[in-house]
Write a protein that binds this ligand. Structure first.
Ligand SMILES: Nc1nc2c(ncn2[C@@H]2O[C@H](COP(=O)(O)OP(=O)(O)OP(=O)(O)O)[C@@H](O)[C@H]2O)c(=O)[nH]1
Length: 496
């Protein structure tokens, strides 16, 4: 009977391999398997020292031979110096390093060639035009090289997403998270979960096929149930990540708010190191919400400057105040800025009472927004004089002078701590979910596991387990609709 169980386990494992294969069923084989050979400039646009032009597809070898002299292919994966010439006119184009990557041992899995040419505009356009004249070659679409790699099983979908994120990473923390995903950590985690599920499913199917009396191992169903229970706990824990991975990918919302003239715009300009907002001694200068992306200690943030909060103003400023309040609601982190020398003014008191005090009383671990209280213009206080005492219930304030920069290092360290809590440490712990797509499949998998455990009908339970496993397969391997893949590959530029 054990052999029966083994057979079932093997059958289930084959199913799992199919689901998590790269690509999963439904992947975009059509485009990549079309036999086209594509080419593009893969390094950045504009004049540069060296530009890299790539081709991928069956005519890559012919393209390399047509442009190089002598017309033999260079040794595989070794850089060789060649004179590149126009295949039609024989006109020399450049002296370049060329590389030949015969498939399947290439990035895309197809035959690939690389031309490392001098990065002048005329050289690059000359080589691109010459490649366009080689029969069977056409310019690549955005992300087409990566799409070929996916279709040939070189990258899973989560790895493709990691690669897209790596290309777009603007901060150190984003780069670390993207690299982990590109290295397949999220995919491996899903694979481990799917294996557990496969074993549980094999036990349930064995029970269905052979029944209790058929000399089946003792406690098969109980074992399956405890496996599924452990998996449920693991998935729930993973979903309770406060969306840190997604926030790290897109940037935390940091809103600078406070009474008029406190120095909010000065702080936004200081943190972003550019003149985003107009600074003036006239209260009520900022009317609308102004956003700018910033790198704060390696973490990405979307910094918003807002209108000074006060009552009894004209309709335009009133609208600005309304927008500021709206933006406050959406903040992951509020930077509450006040003038240290003006804490007794009605607008300062009102801001402290109505915005800072209620927020400071809420625990960020229970969904409350994070808050840093900044007392600016410390240079206006007489040396050695502390600012007016604040109510004890408020968070300890940070003293700053945007004018002299005094206190900026302390503020930056505090910001880094807050953002690390919001975005997580991308180098530690299990890999985080970085997209809504991941969360959707994991949640659907968890729901299916709940259905399986709640079902009194074993056949229905097995079906729910299969559905749960399919969601894990979709998360790691793809297999979603073609439009979804289009969205993912659209994140790439031409040449990648
Ligand atoms: N002495 C001193 N002046 C500052 C400091 N920071 C800003 N200021 C000045 O305070 C005035 C107001 O600064 P802003 O940055 O425009 O203030 P704001 O809070 O954005 O003002 P609103 O647009 O009215 O909401 C300007 O004259 C700044 O130069 C500081 O640290 N010390």
């Amino acid at each position: 009977m054990r052999s029966g169980l083994r057979t079932l386990a093997a059958r289930a494992a084959r199913g799992l391999r199919r689901l998590c294969a790269r690509p999963a069923s439904g992947a975009p084989a059509a485009r990549a398997g079309s036999g086209a050979t594509v080419f593009a400039l893969s390094s950045g646009q504009g004049r540069c020292g060296v530009a890299v032009i790539r081709t991928s597809g069956p005519a890559s070898g012919a393209a390399l031979r047509s442009l190089t002299a002598p017309r033999a292919l260079p040794p595989a994966r070794r850089a060789s110096l060649r004179l590149l010439s126009d295949p039609r006119s024989g006109e020399p184009l450049d002296r370049a390093l060329v590389l030949w990557f015969p498939g399947p041992q290439s990035f895309t899995g197809e035959d690939c060639a690389e031309f490392h040419v001098h990065g002048g505009t005329a050289v690059v356009s000359g080589v691109l035009e010459a490649l366009g004249r080689v029969p069977g070659l056409r310019p690549a679409e955005a992300g087409e090289f990566t799409r070929q790699a996916f279709a040939h099983g070189k990258l899973s979908l989560t790895e493709v997403e990691g690669l897209a994120d790596l290309i777009h990473a603007e901060t150190e923390a984003q780069r670390r998270q993207a690299l982990r995903q590109l290295d397949g950590e999220l995919g491996h985690l899903c694979h481990g979960w799917a294996e557990t599920l496969t074993q549980a499913l094999a036990h349930v199917e064995a029970y269905i096929d052979f029944g209790e009396d058929d000399n089946l191992e003792e406690g098969v169903l109980e074992r399956a149930d405890s496996q599924v229970q452990r998996l449920q706990a693991a998935l729930s824990a993973h979903l309770q990540d406060a969306r840190r991975g997604q926030r790290l990918r897109s940037g935390a919302h940091v809103v600078v708010a406070g009474p008029p003239n406190a120095g909010k715009s000065s702080l936004v300009n200081l943190l972003s190191r550019k003149p985003v907002s107009i600074v003036s001694p006239e209260p009520g200068t900022t009317r609308d919400v102004l956003e700018t992306p910033v790198d704060l200690g390696g973490f990405p943030a979307l910094l918003s400057d807002t209108a000074g909060l006060r009552e009894g103003v004209g309709p335009v400023e009133q609208e600005g105040v309304r927008r500021a309040r709206d933006r406050l609601e959406q903040a992951d982190l509020l930077l509450a800025v006040l003038d240290a020398s003006d804490l007794a003014s009605p607008s300062s008191r009102d801001f402290l009472d109505t915005v800072v005090a209620p927020l400071g009383a809420r625990d960020p671990r229970e969904g409350g927004q994070r808050l840093l209280l900044v007392l600016n213009k410390r240079d206006l206080l007489a040396p050695g004089t502390p600012p007016a005492a604040l109510p004890a219930a408020l968070p300890a304030p940070l003293l700053l002078s945007c004018l002299t920069g005094q206190g900026l290092d302390t503020l930056l360290a505090a910001l880094r701590t807050e953002l690390a809590a919001l975005c997580g440490d991308p180098g530690a712990g299990p890999p985080l979910l970085t997209r809504a797509r991941h969360r959707h499949h994991l949640q659907a998998c968890l729901d299916a596991l709940r259905r399986a455990r709640g079902s009194s009908d074993l056949a229905l339970a097995a079906e729910a387990l299969r559905a749960a496993r399919a969601h894990l397969g979709h998360l790691a391997g793809g297999g979603g609709p073609e439009e979804l893949l289009d969205v993912i590959f659209r994140d790439f530029c031409i040449g990648k």
